[in-house]
Design a protein. Structure first.
Length: 483
């Protein structure tokens, strides 16, 4: 299967990236609170997460064929151990779906994995979970019933959503591949084709560790982030969306169109603190605070639905016998509220930081959050970075030297990069891409402020420019000068 990426100057670069992508703290974004070992929902012992990602095709949308940009995410509260957990849920704005919640409200228990996919695939994923239960012998009884929890967000701006490309096998893959430890983020699983706050969104996760009296508890969060308008994007208290209002805006070349704020966000909160269902409702009700901190407003067109569960009290679920359970006093719950808000905030930004530029149906495009630009904006507002951020410094290069670089460079037969100069400013434009300014950091090395990329010009021994090298995401790609 070809995995298509549209990254900055490049078009349709084929690769399969499985390495851990940068996270918000890696690029200097500061957050409150103490994260767990993985800074992920899997810091809550027993929780496992799996993905199935479907990316294929390019160009005009042909219903049933693609392009396809979608997938499935599975969260198993106790891994492959069929042992229901206390749970509850909350909706900020109900223009969306999360199946199985009626019984959670009634019983207080979550009895199935939590699945997240696209809007039109809820049904097939729900049915697949039931078949997976039969296939794996999840239930030992001859007679059983359950109501799978499947949530959704809409990816139809990038994905052939009416082609119904998610199948039972994708749900099986997400469930079978579920694991603990470090998780991938961004364009993966159910979050593959999602957009968020003016940039590419997707799957993100984070965690917090808190101490209450003499006990330590963990709160972990996973989000499928597909909500919000760019104007409201706020990072570390800074109006980043407004600062980037004219930078890398969504490109819609054919229906469907996009109304800022439309979309959805699904949030799953896990904790090992001994909370009962009514308390987990209170946890889920704090999720909107974290969503609001980064710019969510619960718009009419957004389905903002959240679920929280506790892995404590492993013997609580009984069919006939009595159970004794532990309960955290309400007067001690505030640190868990703080942890929830902080982890939600960071998980959303992690999703955006990890997500890569994606071109989908009909050439519609959502750009990645520009890391360097965010670093510069935070510095402008005197935000102290979580880790030192290397901000590139522009130098002045004479126009005589710049004119040597003007010309056409061939990256591949389909993609050429035009280098031009206007009023002493160097510009680069790749086939089918916007034009970007190039800023000198050395005489022959330039950077792009809108996203992370360097352009290096290479000359022969007699000083004739022969090629350029594009440095991006740790890779180097050479384009020969052809005229």
């Amino acid at each position: 299967m070809k995995f298509l990426k549209s990254i900055g100057l490049l078009l349709l670069i084929t690769s399969s990236l499985i390495a851990q992508k940068p996270r918000a703290r890696d690029i200097g974004i500061p957050f409150n609170g103490t994260p767990g070992k993985f800074n992920a929902i899997t810091d809550v012992k027993g929780v496992e997460v799996g993905y199935s990602t479907i990316i294929s095709g390019q160009g005009e949308n042909i219903r049933g064929k693609g392009p396809v940009r979608t997938g499935v995410t599975a969260i198993l509260p106790r891994g492959r151990n069929n042992n229901p957990v206390f749970a509850n849920w909350y909706s900020l704005n109900g223009n969306g779906e999360m199946t199985g919640t009626t019984w959670i409200t009634e019983s207080g228990f979550l009895e199935t994995p939590i699945m997240i996919t696209n809007t039109n695939s809820v049904g097939v994923v729900r049915d697949a979970v039931l078949k997976w239960f039969v296939k794996t012998g999840w239930y030992k009884e001859d007679f059983w019933y359950t109501y799978p929890v499947v949530a959704e967000t809409y990816d139809g701006f990038l994905n052939d959503i009416y082609g119904f490309h998610v199948t039972e096998s994708n749900a099986y893959e997400a469930l079978d591949n579920a694991k603990t430890g470090v998780l991938q983020e961004g364009n993966i699983g159910g979050g593959t084709g999602m957009m968020c706050l003016g940039f590419k969104g997707g799957t993100g996760t984070a965690s917090r560790v808190v101490t209450i009296i003499d006990s330590t508890y963990t709160v972990g969060v996973l989000v499928q982030s597909n909500f919000g308008g760019k104007n409201n994007l706020t990072i570390a208290g800074v109006p980043v969306g407004r600062e980037l209002k004219d930078t890398l805006n969504y490109e819609f070349k054919a229906p469907p169109s996009y109304k800022p704020g439309d979309g959805s966000i699904i949030v799953v909160v896990a904790t090992d603190a001994p909370l009962l269902p009514h308390q987990l409702k209170r946890i889920a009700a704090r999720v909107p605070i974290g969503v609001g901190i980064v710019g969510g407003r619960g718009e009419n067109g957004s389905g903002d639905i959240f679920i929280a569960f506790s892995t404590a009290n492993p013997t609580a679920f009984q069919r006939t016998g009595f159970a004794k359970v532990d309960e955290l006093p309400n007067d001690l719950i505030d640190p868990l509220f703080d942890a929830t808000v902080e982890a939600v905030e960071e998980a959303i930004i992690n999703a955006m930081v990890a997500a890569e530029t994606m071109e989908g149906i009909n050439g519609n495009k959502a750009y990645a959050l520009p890391h360097q630009a965010v670093g510069r904006i935070l510095k402008k507002y005197n935000v102290k970075p979580a880790v030192p951020v290397k901000v590139k410094t522009e130098i002045k290069v004479g126009e005589k030297i710049l004119r040597k670089y003007v010309g056409t460079y061939e990256l591949n037969p389909q993609v050429k990069i035009e280098i031009a100069i206007e009023n002493g400013q160097l510009f680069a434009k790749a086939t089918g891409q916007p034009r970007f300014k190039l800023f000198a950091q050395k005489e022959n090395l330039f950077f792009i402020k809108a996203f992370e990329a360097d352009v290096e010009f290479v000359s022969s021994a007699n000083g004739v420019v022969e090629k350029l090298i594009l440095h991006q995401e740790g890779k180097q790609r050479t384009a020969k000068k052809i005229k």
